[in-house]
Design a protein around this ligand. Sequence first.
Ligand code: ADP
Ligand code: MG
Length: 377
Amino acid sequence: KYMDECAERRRLYNELIELRGNIRVFCRCRPLSSDEVTRGCLSIVEIDPSKETELQFAPNERERKSFKFDYVFGPQKDQEVVFSETVPVVRSVMDGFNVCIFAYGQTGAGKTFTMEGVPDNRGVNYRALEELFRMSEERSESIAYSFSVSILEVYNEKIRDLLDESDEQSKRLDIKQSADGTQEIPGLVDAPVYNIDGVWEKLKFGARNRSVGSTNANELSSRSHSLVRVTVTSLHLLTGQRSKSHMWLVDLAGSERVAKTGVEGDRLKESQFINKSLSALGDVISALASKNSHIPFRNSKLTHLLQSSLGGDCKTLMFVQISPSSTEAAETLCSLNFASRVRAVEYGPARKQVDPIDNLKLKQMTEKLRHEEKENA
Ligand code: ADP
Ligand code: MG
């Protein structure tokens, strides 16, 4: 009976994934900071805790607008809860799918908090790797896995290798198309990792390297895209089948629009590059979702890098990060609109019927199974 229920869960889950499509959009709203509270900023984002997929943008009654996403995390939802919803996407890289998880939003909205986290409260990157090692252990009797990581940064349409230990900070990396149609970055360091501590070392090294040559590391980090690529290679010990897949973890540059007047020189150039690559990303996702024959991957380094991990059989998860503060209303609305454009295409009329019921059913079922598992143990 237990096996039957497992099979049913798998079937339902696969169906759910299928029907929902391979692009998910999660929205996460950070708490008001203590500084914002002191300054008297009000929260303009309303989230009903009993509704897991909806939020109200409410700067005032007239402009009140409701948004739906695959999941909405309010300010009180912690890293663990966020990761528990992210983990199915993470797991699929172990089954040979390419995966891309990225955080979008204006500077200060919580992108780095979600992806990197803080030392005593780690985010998706660390937890995802932890899960991969856990699964590899669990499956070690039938599958031998190996992992490696690359860490890079895209700034002004230039790719920088953050694991490169040489002094050649200016080494230009480029993207080449390999014979099997996948993207390669010749010369990019791809460091083998054997356990979570090894990964942590690499992440710290990458972060240190990021700030080299910049007077204000925080400032630079909001103007560049930061990417971690995890390569998962597996060998099935019985069938001899091999597979290789990638998981990209991306902390995007801030999406804020720079005021049109008074910005010139480097700042203007930076923001033009950022706008270009973020809109290229939006265009690619829309084109994928509407199944266009031409997908404009080549329009930016960011989308070109991610080409084989977006679309097709890949699993894509976008976190749209927002601030609840009344002072950020305009940017928040931009981010919410961008994210619903991404999501809307995926939720075309033909796919609509699934959402809440099956999700709920699956949840109830999973709860029941968890309970039974506990009793069986
Ligand atoms: P971004 O990377 O989008 O510029 P950060 O992740 O640096 O934004 O977040 C800005 C500030 O808000 C940081 O001090 C961060 O620790 C805090 N913060 C962001 N999200 C949360 C959250 N969900 N809970 C608590 N603090 C958060
Ligand atoms: Mg950041």
